[in-house]
Design a protein around this ligand. Structure first.
Ligand SMILES: [Mg+2]
Length: 370
């Protein structure tokens, strides 16, 4: 008699959730006051379950909550009756049926990986080898805003121990530079990652880099200075400037990563599981490391569920130099209990199975695929 696989997926659920931010999150391409995300729960035959999160950011990825909920049943059906052990095969299948909605892939992949690891009794990072299990410091994001307000926000984070600021730029070069200078003056011994979210033209990006160099501003990395398709813009900026460049919106697949690597266009790739799911993010990480590129990891506006999975990649795969895992700190509440914790800017590894998390509240309206 065949042994019944305890890791067989028997039920996949999804429900919408609203996550209000402490303050509106303003980037070059748009703004968000409440993250309208989707939580996912995958249940296995032996009753073990795991959680995942879809975090669409309409102004960045073009995805939204309604679209995710619409695609979800189709993607979930692909997983029913399959073993979570075959998560690579399932991820490939999800890419085929939900390629245009990577947030859906991310949510389902995370949930089935969490369920698998809970069933195995190991933390999610353990599945990937535990290459770099230690406490790590994250940056904290300063969205675009009036100078006084940004300085005040920076001071508050500084008082809580944050020393790396991820400064959103990309609307107006002079104002961006003034904000960096003001935060520098208010918060000594801090460093910056700049993120233009594709907001600059090539000339503006060049002007911004020149100003940073001229004023000796402590900028570690300049992220997505130009439009997503503008690989040659990256190449030209990199040739002329001294500040390391990172691609974010320009790298949403293995194919994107390969193109950037072939053109020698960037120094660092910023991975986000919401852009291409968990498994493809791992593949990009492998490609980047084999090619000598640096790794950054970030997220959309999301809770500790999606971010816990990203933190697992850092702990499990190793090799991540830049951590941008602050988003749950910018939310006004935490819908999760258990899991990893923040101590000021420091993320702590956890020892519990999977993500080690539970929902604080059972959802009221759930889409069930079983
Ligand atoms: Mg970015």
């Amino acid at each position: 008699m065949p042994v019944r696989n305890p890791f067989c997926i028997t039920k996949v659920e999804a429900w919408p959730i609203a996550l209000p931010l402490l303050a509106p999150f303003v980037v070059a391409t748009g703004a968000m006051a409440v993250a309208h995300n989707v939580f996912v729960r995958v249940t296995l035959r032996n009753g073990t379950y795991g959680f995942g999160e879809m975090a669409p950011f309409p102004d960045i990825s073009g995805e939204d909550q309604a679209g995710c909920l619409r695609v979800f049943p189709l993607a979930a059906k692909e997983c029913l009756g399959q073993s979570a052990i075959h998560f690579r095969k399932l991820a490939q299948r999800l890419r085929e049926v939900a390629g245009q909605t990577p947030a859906v892939r991310c949510g389902i992949e995370t949930a089935l990986l969490d369920a698998l690891c809970r069933g195995m009794g190991i933390p999610l990072w353990g599945l990937w080898g535990g290459a770099d299990v230690r406490r790590r410091e994250t940056d904290v994001t300063l969205p675009i805003g009036p100078l006084d307000q940004v300085v005040e926000t920076a001071r508050a984070w500084y008082a809580r121990g944050f020393r790396i600021f991820k400064m959103k730029v990309g609307l107006e070069v002079d104002e961006d530079i003034r904000r960096i200078e003001a935060v520098c003056a208010a918060c000594p011994h801090t460093t910056f990652v700049l993120d233009a979210n594709q907001g600059f033209s090539f000339d503006q990006a060049r002007e911004c880099m020149r100003a940073i160099e001229r004023f000796h501003l402590p900028v570690l990395l300049f992220e997505q200075p130009v439009a997503r398709e503008d690989v040659e813009g990256f190449v030209a900026l990199r040739r002329r400037g001294t500040i390391p460049l990172a691609a974010d919106e320009s790298v949403r697949s293995v194919e994107d990563a390969r193109r950037l690597i072939e053109r020698n266009a960037v120094d660092v790739l910023n991975l986000k599981i919401t852009k291409c799911g968990v498994v493809e993010s791992m593949d990009i990480a492998g490609l980047a490391r084999a090619s000598g590129l640096g790794l950054m990891i970030g997220g959309m506006v999301e809770s500790r569920v999606a971010m816990g999975c990203s933190w697992s990649l850092v702990l499990g795969l190793g090799g991540f130099e830049f951590l941008d895992l602050d988003m749950p700190l910018l939310l006004s509440g935490d819908p999760i209990q258990g899991g990893y914790e923040y101590e000021g800017p420091v993320l702590q590894p956890w020892e519990g199975s999977g993500l080690g998390m539970e929902m604080r509240q059972e959802p009221s309206s759930v889409i069930v695929v079983e």
